[in-house]
Structure formats: C-alpha cells, structure tokens
Design a protein around this ligand. Structure first.
Ligand code: HEM
Length: 534
C-alpha cells in the first residue's frame, strides 16, 4: 500500500485528532522507520515477470516444441513441420521464458546489488508491458501468420523499447556511486552481466533488422537458415549464457557453498563472448563453435563449479539434492558445446546441431533454472516458501531423463532410418511433464500468502500502523476486526501514527489490537535456516 493510499474517503479534517497530528508530523518529516512498501512493490513486479515467463515456458514454448518434435518424428524428417513454428518455439523459450525471467530478476535484484531502493514502479511496469506485448505479438504472428509483416516489425520495436527502459532503470542516470565503490567493476559477475546485457541489445537489434528485411522481401515470416543460425548464436552465447554465468557467480557460489569465483578470468571470458558474436556475424561458424567450447572450460574453472564446497550447501525448503543438478547443468554445457564442435566436422549427422542446442538449452539453461530458481525466487517474492520441494525434485529428475533421451535420440535419428526416432516423442513428453511440474510448483508458490519476516513477539504498540499495513496489506482486515474503524474511513494512513495512538483514537484497548496482530503474524512464520552439516 505505497503512500498508504486506501479508497475514496472523506478528507483528513473528518479524522480523529491523533490522525491529524500524525499527518502534521509526516509533513515535517518526523518519522524514522524504513518504508517496507518499495520491497512489496518490487516483489509484485517480479511476480508478474515470473508468471509471464512460466506461461511462455509451458504453452507457447514447450507445448509447441512437443508438437513440432512429434510431427518431425512421425514424418522422420525435420521438414515435416513448418519452419515458422520451429522458430516461434525457439523464440518463446529463449525470449518468452528465459528472457522474461532474466529481465524480471535483473530489474528486481540489480538495483539491490547496487544498494539502491526503487521507490517508483511505473517504469518497471511499463517495461513488463512492453516486453510481454513484444514477445506475445512476435510469437502469435509467426504461428498464426496474421498481419505478420507489421507484427514482426512492431514487436521488435516493443522489445527494443523494453530493453532501453530496462537499461535506464538498471543504469539509472544521475545515480550517485556509494562511497568506497570503485568506478569500474572488479568482480566477474558484473563483467559477465555487462557482456550479457550488451549481447541482448545486439540480439534485439539483429532481430529488428531481420524483421524489417523479412517484412520487405519475404513471402513467409521465416528467417532463412544462415541468418537464423547467426541470431541464435548471438542470443544464446552473447546473452543467455553470459547472464547465466554472471548470476551463477552470486547464487551458485553462495547456495553451493563454493569458494569465491576467480575474478581474474573476467577479461578472457568477456573477450571470448565478444569473439563469438563477431564470428557469428562473419559466419565463421566452425571457429565460433571451437571458441564456445574453450570458453565453457574457462567459465567452469572461473566459477569453481566442480570444486568441493567449502561450506554446507543451503538446502532449507528445497529439494536437498539440487546441488548435484547444478553441477549436472554445467556438465550438459560441456556436452552441448562439444556436440556443437562435432556438428561442424560431421555434416553427415544432421541431428547433431539440434542435439547440441538442446543439450545447452534444456540440459544447461533449463536445468540451472529448475535447480536454482526455486531456491531464489520464493525468497525474492516477499520471502515466500517453495510450495513443494518434492515437486522440485521430480521436475529435475524428469528434465534430466527427458534431456538425455532427447540428445541421444536426436543425434542418432535425424538423417537416418533407425529405432532412435521412436524415442524422440517419448523424450518430448517427459520434458513436457518436467516443465508442467516446475511451472505448477512455482505458480502455487506465487499464489501462496507472504510469510512474516518478523516474529509475533516483535509486534509492539509503538510501531507505526503504516508499517504493518505496508508490509502486509492483509493486516488491514485484522486491524478492522480489532476495532480500528477509522481505517475504513481514511483515504491514507500517516506514516508516524503508532498502533497505540490509533487504538486510543478509536477507543479500543491497545492490547486487543496487539493480540489480533500477534495471532496474524504467528500464523505466518516462515521456516528458518539452521546450521547444517554437509
Ligand atoms: C522442453 C522441451 C523441448 C522440446 C520438445 C523442443 C523441441 C524443439 C524442436 C523439435 C526444435 C526444431 C528442431 C531441432 O532442433 O531438433 C527445436 C528448436 C529450438 N529449440 Fe527447442 N525444445 C524444447 C525445449 C527448448 C528450450 C528449453 C529452449 C530454450 C531455452 C529451446 C530452444 C530452441 C531453439 C532456440 C530452437 C531453434 C529454433 C530455430 O531454429 O529458429 N527449446 N526445439
């Protein structure tokens, strides 16, 4: 309830004197409690991004992917399915799901990493609207072909606008650097983030050029194979993978209890990412594949993913074996980039490029998100608890099984007539099941009530009423039930009005109000992390 706005109600003069005096104090700036409203506000924006990403993952992304793969397997050829649908699927997964998660998490977390608190959320909501409209329009126009020329160009403009707004929020012009913070980032995570978001800008600019070219010269909304390859190289190796590595320097390191990453590798990794983008545009695909493989080995060394943990991993509230899946995700990245190299030298095996791409997208990206997302997202979403750690485990095992079947059968099936074809649809349905369990678990988490971040015994009469209402808007119902009837009439709540003053103003014993509040917070206590052994 930012600013304490409630409903259209009578003016302040009709309120009790204690309320009017409190408004006076507010006007003079006489309150010193931190405002919890911004945290709630960022949590809501993040929830919108996550819910949008989950919808894209389940339906436009995976369901369409399953449809495509079963049609390809039935026809025993890649051309059994429309190229527009294959591209729509890729776009939904990379930009609709992974991109939406990355943009939402970055808008939420990066200002915090820079020790800034966002107070106004208009730009964040605008960014969500532009991004969601852009990816939805792009996907729908490719699948249905309805006014696709205008849709391709229009959607790429919306995505560029969303990108510009996101950069503005994150870089925030006029922001003062906190004392003691160096002008140039010193850590690997920041450099990978800079590289990855630059890569996103380049991928979106390339997408706009392709959209204009197609709308002027093509009869179908289908990017030709070579520019399509360039686009995915830039989108995956220039954007998604560097950002995944960048966030891994924080989340994987902390949650797995690893030693700090090797910051000295930042230069070589950023130069390598730039090199892959350049080689992609120069269409030197062999060199790009070899460079990507080498870079993966450097990134794994820099992140220390396969080194032993020096502290026990944080397992509270999540599937306890998730650290093994984080490591398996990096194992898939090695396999995927190695298949990418093999595909360059074995053109007689046309399944290798798709198998390598899915070892990276499903094996690395999806597994990393399935393993780390349920650990960080509930906490970011106003300290919620993951609905089901068991469901998290099921989604990870299914994904691993589906991905193994997929990569193996695709490598062997495409271009040949053999038994591997019959495993492709099986792998698709297993992956779909994994995705539905993951998305259902996170959606259920999103819809669950926000737990209290302070104990029931911390409820005090001298804390401001506004603090409770802004942190937990549901306390409004509790306070009204306790007899604070002015709340029902007030348009806004003064920040400095204490619970004791509000109770006295309405002639209610303060102990009764505190009792109601304590009962509410006691029912909302979260699980707490206890020291564990490895
Ligand atoms: C989960 C189940 C999935 C299924 C069943 C599936 C299926 C497919 C199929 C059949 C193709 C076309 C041919 C081929 O490469 O074999 C394809 C292409 C692609 N997929 Fe997936 N996929 C899945 C997951 C993902 C994920 C999670 C991502 C990204 C995060 C992704 C990104 C892509 C991309 C970028 C392409 C290339 C599109 C193009 O050529 O323009 N896929 N997928």
């Amino acid at each position: 309830m930012p600013g304490g706005r409630l409903m259209r109600k009578p003016g302040r003069e009709a309120l009790p004197e204690a309320w009017r005096l409190a408004f006076e104090r507010d006007r003079r700036g006489e309150f010193d409690h931190a405002d919890p409203a911004p945290e709630r506000g960022s949590g809501r924006v993040l929830a919108a991004f996550i819910a949008t990403g989950l919808v894209f993952l389940a339906f436009p992304g995976t369901l369409l992917g399953v449809w495509n793969l079963t049609s390809i397997a039935a026809g025993r050829t890649l051309t059994a399915v429309s190229a527009a649908w294959i591209q729509a699927h890729g776009f939904a997964q990379v930009f609709g799901w992974v991109g939406t998660f990355i943009v939402g998490i970055s808008l939420y977390a990066l200002p915090k990493f820079q020790h800034r608190s966002l107070r106004r959320f208009g730009r964040l909501w605008a960014c969500w609207i532009l991004w969601t409209a852009g990816v939805t329009w792009r996907w729908a126009s490719t699948v249905y072909g309805w006014h696709w020329r205008i849709a391709l160009v229009g959607s790429s403009v919306l995505l560029l606008l969303a990108y510009a707004l996101m950069q503005w929020v994150i870089v925030s012009p006029g922001r003062e650097r906190p004392a003691g913070r160096p002008a140039v980032p010193q850590d690997l995570g920041s450099w990978l983030g800079i590289a990855g978001f630059s890569g996103l800008g380049i991928a979106l600019a390339d997408h706009s050029v392709l959209a204009v070219t197609l709308s002027r010269h093509s009869a179908y909304p289908v990017i030709p194979p070579v520019p399509d390859r360039v686009f995915w190289l830039v989108a995956l190796w220039g954007f998604v993978i560097p950002v995944a590595w960048g966030y891994s320097t924080r989340f994987v390191t902390i949650f797995l209890g690893l030693r700090p990453p090797r910051n000295g590798h930042a230069g070589i990794l950023c130069a390598g990412i730039g090199g892959i983008i350049l080689l992609a545009f120069l269409r030197r695909f062999r060199l790009a594949a070899v460079l990507a493989f080498g870079l993966v080995l450097v990134a794994i060394r820099a992140l220390r993913v396969f080194e032993p943990s020096e502290r026990p991993p944080k397992r509270l509230g999540v599937y306890r074996h998730y650290p093994a899946f984080v490591r398996a995700a990096f194992g898939w990245l090695v396999v995927g980039s190695a298949l990418g190299v093999l595909a360059e030298w074995l053109p007689a095996m046309p399944g290798l490029p798709g198998a390598g791409r899915h070892a990276i997208t499903v094996g690395f990206i999806a597994t990393l998100i399935f393993a780390i997302g349920p650990r960080i997202l509930p906490a970011f979403l106003n300290g919620r608890r993951l609905a089901s750690p068991a469901a998290m485990g099921i989604s990870l095992w299914l994904l691993m099984l589906g991905c193994t079947l997929r990569v193996a059968s695709e490598s062997l099936a495409y271009g040949f007539q053999n038994g591997a074809w019959k495993w492709l649809p099986v792998s698709a349905f297993i992956e779909l099941a994994a995705v539905l369990v993951f998305a259902g678990n996170l959606m259920k988490t999103l819809l669950s009530p926000v737990p209290a971040w302070f104990e029931a015994t911390s409820v005090r009469p001298d804390l401001p009423l506004y603090f409770y209402l802004a942190s937990f808007p549901e306390t409004r119902r509790v306070l009204l039930a306790a007899g604070l009837k002015t709340l029902a009439r007030a348009r806004e709540v003064p920040r400095s009005l204490t619970v004791a003053e509000a109770a006295a103003a309405d002639g209610v014993p303060v102990e009764l109000v505190l009792e109601h509040l304590r009962a509410f917070f006691a029912s909302r206590q979260p699980q707490r992390e206890r020291p564990q052994t490895a």
